[in-house]
Design a protein around this ligand. Sequence first.
Ligand code: DQA
Length: 142
Amino acid sequence: KKILLLNGPNLNRLGKREPDIYGIKTLEDIEQELSQVVKTHHGTLQAYQSNHEGELIDFIHQSDGEYDGIIFNPGAYTHTSIALRDAISSIAVPVIEVHISNVHQRESFRHTSLLAPVCQGQIVGLGIKGYELAALAFLQED
Ligand code: DQA
């Protein structure tokens, strides 16, 4: 299976950014570890990160017909972006939304996801393990 890992704004700061909330691993560490997990299950992983809403929309459009699943941490765009929601609705590839932190334990503006209703599922609050669990959901399904 072909999996796309997509990370949104500020996730390039992982490892340096609020480590008490997001942990000490860098995005590169996470991408490499996930790539190994996917390989073990005979899949391939492509990873992109962008701080730009439009670029994330372009990645989503381009993924249609190219991947079997998208693991998406949309960062703060989760809570604001109708445009990303419409992009997800426009493709046939299933998306699993992942948040490292438990957004429900945090500020109320993080409690709402505009994207979750158009995603296959959502994993929150399990740290970076959430990315792996999302990958396994795609790799083990049939
Ligand atoms: C996040 C949660 C968002 O509320 C926040 O804006 C992020 C990271 C998470 O992974 O926990 O950038 O998506």
